[in-house]
Design a binder for this molecule. Structure first.
Ligand code: ATP
Ligand code: MG
Length: 606
């Protein structure tokens, strides 16, 4: 392709509204342009990368036994009503109404395709003989994200590869899952993207049933917790802290806690400043309303699938009912730690959990929000392991504008057991070995999930076994954000000058730069090399614009093609081209006659 004939609008300035490097560079290199918040055009150069990544995904899905199909983005809302996800998705689901004749039809724009594919399978698959099967597509998804941001990292319309496995047994599910997991590893490796597979919420199946693939990046929205000593890695919702229970002995002749005035100081930050005390000496007391009504609570897992979208803790089927009104439970963690609601929910076997309202807080503490503490609180409480290790704590006094100091856990309030109820942090012990945990930011680029029978039951996708008995089909779902992968590559592969494309996904492999397009010899030579490389199947972009060399070099660094070939000037007079990898600082002089062969060798080198 000749630059003059394509459409690559590069920009010198850093766009002011782009916060992260990938967003800035994708705009500057002319890969994307914004239509509106959360919606982008992939420009010709950017779309070539999308296609290369898609092709890698396709090849690895096929290799893992997946079969490609293509489903509609426009879907009947009725299917989402049957699975309960119209409510679970809430505002995230694009809801489209259309008039047909005198009827009003309700459609969803697919945020994912569990409903559509399970409906299809329910009609077509009747027997165990037709199983297992894994189907996939690469298709546009729609999610009305609360905060679309960071360019194509989080958009309301994005390209996803979504795969779904259907099996007659747990073995078939596990085989499909492992095949997808391994395919994901190959995909990200081939894309040149560093990745960490991390344990994620396990959902209805429990156990080791879900992994997210995270690309480590400073600007990643997700937190990965990993061990420096072994291969333990989990997302922050899931990660164990590696702490265990150690209940302190009762101190017999302990002095009573001291009440101190803390007027209008209802946060740990305020009180720690006021009393010049470190937050790690505080016991944070959060009061939750807990419902235990759902059957789901019995298996201790109440996380809907992530690929299918994860709802917040107050999922629709988990509200209160008359027999089981929500109950107030206080959760105690160290002042500098964060409560992990998933852990609390599992520990309590709760169907739902939400922070209590002001009235409940007043009822159990006798004070407004901000002054709760375990001493004398009028509700059940559960404590994190680290609470027991504080020897003299500051807590709320269950009284407006007052705190207690010198509170001894197990002495001033009862403490007979502790639990892992908080987010893991750096320097926690590893739950698997004697190493230490560290945290890194990551971008979630993919997710594999053992779904079980949630969708096959609600949409009646069943098979007959050998004995002609009916069972719901056992499903898995597997997503990769193709457009997000493109941004994640840019986010992790760049320098001050611009993008550094891995060869496998670069929009073109070679940038050919004739220094002066008005010089006949330069252009004859450049055109000959362009023709020969192109004929050999190498993607070449020739910068045939009438610009100064310095200008073209800057753009070459910006768009970041792996191999640069310069023709012209003094070099050409001496019979040479100059060849440079995007990652090299110095060019190599290569005789014109050997240039194509030299480039071919670079292209096929690892
Ligand atoms: P996130 O937590 O980032 O919102 P998710 O858990 O909602 O992601 P899944 O439902 O598991 O994501 O979707 C599968 C994949 O699709 C994700 O791993 C991610 O790569 C991609 N993806 C999800 N939401 C978006 C989005 N708004 N924009 C771009 N890619 C997305
Ligand atoms: Mg999401």
């Amino acid at each position: 392709m000749r630059w003059s004939q394509t459409f690559i609008p590069t920009m010198k300035e850093v766009p002011s509204d782009a916060e992260v490097p990938s967003h800035q560079l994708m705009l500057r290199a002319g890969l994307i342009r914004q239509l509106m918040a959360g919606a982008y055009t992939f420009m010709p150069l950017g779309y070539r990368v999308v296609r290369k990544v898609s092709q890698i995904v396709r090849e690895e899905m096929d290799r893992a036994g997946g079969v490609e199909l293509f489903m509609p983005a426009l879907q009947p809302m009725e299917l989402f009503e049957r699975t309960g996800r119209k409510e679970a998705f809430g505002n995230v689901l694009f809801n489209v109404e259309a008039k047909r004749g005198d009827r009003n039809l309700q459609f969803a724009l697919g945020p994912t395709h569990e409903e559509v594919i399970t409906d299809l399978i329910s009609r077509e698959i009747k027997s165990y003989k037709q199983l297992p099967v894994t189907l996939y597509q690469i298709q546009t998804k729609f999610r009305n994200e609360e905060r679309p941001r960071f360019g194509v990292l989080r958009t309301s319309e994005f390209l996803m590869k979504d795969a779904y496995s259907f099996g007659a047994s747990m073995e078939q599910l596990n085989e499909a899952y492992d095949a997808m997991y391994n395919a994901y590893c190959r995909i990200f490796e081939r894309c040149g993207l560093e990745y960490i597979p991390v344990e994620a919420e396990s959902g209805p199946i429990g156990g080791d049933a879900s992994h997210e693939f995270m690309a480590p990046a400073d600007n990643g929205e997700d937190f990965v917790v990993r061990c420096s000593g072994c291969d333990y890695a989990a997302n922050q919702e899931r990660a164990d802290t590696g702490r265990s229970s150690s209940i302190p002995a009762r101190v017999e002749d302990a002095a009573d806690p001291q009440k101190v005035d803390t007027p209008n100081a209802g946060t740990i930050e305020d009180v720690s400043k006021m009393l010049s005390a470190d937050p790690s000496t505080f016991i944070k007391t959060l009061i939750y309303s807990v419902s235990k009504n759902s059957a789901d609570a019995s298996n201790g897992e109440h996380q809907p699938p992530k690929v299918g979208y994860s709802v917040s803790s107050d999922s629709s089927d988990a509200g209160s009912d008359e027999n089981n009104p929500p109950k107030a439970v206080a959760v105690l963690v160290r002042g500098d730690h964060e409560v992990n609601e998933g852990k609390v929910r599992r520990m309590l076997g709760a169907a739902s959990l939400e922070l209590a309202d002001e009235a409940t807080i007043e009822r159990v503490t006798g004070a407004p929000t901000g002054f709760a503490g375990p001493v004398g609180i009028q509700c059940d409480y559960v404590a994190d392991h680290d609470v027991a290790l504080i020897t003299s704590a500051i807590t709320g006094a269950n009284e407006k504008d007052a705190h207690l100091t010198g509170v001894i856990p197990g002495t001033h309030f009862e403490l007979t057991e502790t639990h892992d109820l908080r987010n893991a942090v750096a320097d926690d012990p590893c739950p698997r070995c004697d190493g230490t945990l560290e945290t890194v930011h990551g971008i979630e680029v993919g997710h594999v999930f053992k779904l079980g029978t949630k969708y096959s039951e609600s949409l009646d996708a069943r098979f007959l076994d050998r004995e002609e008995k009916k069972h719901p089909i056992i499903m898995g779902c597997y997503g990769i954000g193709v457009s997000r992968v493109v941004a994640a590559i840019v986010e992790t592969c760049h320098d001050d000058g611009g993008i550094i494309w891995p060869k496998s996904v670069a929009p073109y492999t070679v940038e050919l730069i004739p220094l002066n397009i008005k010089d006949e010899e330069t252009m004859t030579t450049a055109n000959r090399i362009y023709d020969e490389l192109s004929a050999g199947g190498i993607d070449v972009l020739m910068d045939d614009r009438d610009h100064r060399p310095g200008f073209k070099f800057k753009d070459a660094d910006l768009i970041g093609l792996p191999i640069r070939v310069i023709i012209g000037g003094k070099g050409l007079k001496e019979g040479n081209s100059e060849i440079k990898l995007r990652t090299d600082s110095e060019a190599t002089k290569v005789p014109i006659g050997e240039t194509c062969e030299y480039v071919r060798r670079l292209v096929s080198a690892d």
